[in-house]
Design a protein around this ligand. Structure first.
Ligand code: GLU
Length: 378
């Protein structure tokens, strides 16, 4: 836990904010996970997210344990130079616990490629040479991987396609609702549309949009590029974020914050497939209701694992000084995501489990096996 003092742009005021970095499991190799900038970030939240990263990496069979970082601040409140000073000071405060063989940060909610570039630069300045492999999710010109920025959304849609195939549904007949239009939500919507699904609902912090005839994702992206938010997009009915989740659709993809699907609204969901792009969008109580309703769940630790998987590819490329083509990256991502789907489904069917429990057991048992094999020192 660190305190981050940084100057506001007037150079008169110094703000102090809390920062965190939690490393959950050191058994599997270096730790891995994003850094979140959000006003509600707390030690408890970051710890839960770090634990999910452990199970996620284990499920995908990546050589990492889980970690997560966070700064308790609203990044939209800060100028670019304030964000840069804050990021550099935060990096200095945690510099002894991160490193390419120790703990490798990445983007999460409220951070992006630029944040990663500042962290990489600060770390490199301190050790006296460029260390690209200390973070992933960097701009491509600084050693970032092709396909990393779309990877989480793309991976989620690879899984949605597998789930649809398993349920004998045709993607081109499916309607989809996506909650969130950040990195994960916008890329998920784009990939769903590319696979023939009709996007009938979408949302961001400003509002939700509904059009049963389908929303054009390219037009949504253009609107957000011009107006920053979805609000005001023509040709759709405005709905609240709550109403959005209850819209009629085949695939619902929550790609925003945690705790969105709860005991209160779970019974009103109308989707057939729940594709979790966010971390922890469904509460424990809601999960039981979804199971009774027969909703096919692609659980978060699998649904959003495309991001950390391509982060792993980025780290491998950086440590070996080579680069893969976009085609190679997407093919490898597809293989890893769908193999994990098959392993999870086989376990679920064999042991009579739901997909979330099966995915968790897949991840946890791998960590347990590794721990037992390493044994106790001395
Ligand atoms: N923040 C992302 C996640 O929750 C990506 C982590 C990473 O790439 O290391 O999975």
């Amino acid at each position: 836990m660190v305190c981050i003092p940084f100057r506001r742009d007037d150079y008169k005021h110094i703000e102090n904010v809390f920062g965190y970095r939690v490393q959950h499991t050191l058994t599997m190799g270096p730790t891995k996970g994003g850094i979140r900038y959000h006003e509600d970030v707390s030690l408890g939240e970051v710890s839960a997210l770090a634990m999910w990263m452990t199970w996620k990496c284990a499920l995908m069979q990546l050589p990492f344990g889980g970690a997560k970082g966070g700064v308790r601040i609203d990044p939209t409140d800060l100028s670019r130079s304030e964000l840069q000073r804050l990021t550099r000071r935060y990096t200095m405060e945690i510099i002894n616990v991160i490193g390419p063989d120790r703990d490798i940060p990445a983007p999460d909610m409220g951070t992006n490629e630029q944040t990663m570039a500042w962290i990489m630069d600060t770390y490199s300045q301190q050790v006296g040479r460029t260390v690209r492999e200390v973070v992933t999710g960097k701009p491509v010109v600084l050693g970032g991987s092709l396909g990393r920025s779309e990877a989480t959304g793309r991976g989620l849609v690879f899984l949605a396609c597998k789930a649809a195939e398993y349920l004998n549904m045709k993607m081109s007949d499916c309607s989809a609702v996506v909650q969130g239009f950040g990195n994960v939500g916008s890329n998920a919507a784009k990939c769903l549309a590319e696979n023939g699904a009709k996007i009938v609902g979408i949302s961001d912090v400003s509002c939700g949009l509904h059009n049963p005839d389908g929303l054009n994702v390219a037009a949504l992206l253009k609107h957000v590029a011009e107006h920053r938010v979805l609000k005001g997009f023509p040709g759709a009915t405005e709905v609240t974020n709550r109403e959005l989740l209850e819209l009629d659709c085949d695939i619902l993809a929550p790609c925003a914050l945690q705790n969105q699907i709860t005991e209160e609204n779970a019974s009103r969901l109308k989707c057939r497939i729940l594709a979790e792009g966010a971390n922890g969008p469904t509460t424990l109580e809601a999960d039981r209701i979804l199971q009774d309703k027969g909703v096919f769940v692609l659980p978060d630790i699998h649904g959003n694992a495309g991001g950390v998987t391509v982060s792993y590819f980025e780290w491998v490329q950086d440590t070996q000084n080579l680069s893969w083509t976009l085609e190679e990256i997407n093919d490898r991502l597809h293989k890893i995501m769908t193999e994990a789907f098959q392993r999870t489904l086989t376990r679920a069917q064999r042991d009579g489990l739901d997909m979330r429990t099966a995915a968790l057991i897949e991840g946890i048992s791998r960590v347990a096996e590794a721990k037992l094999l390493r044994g106790l020192f001395p």
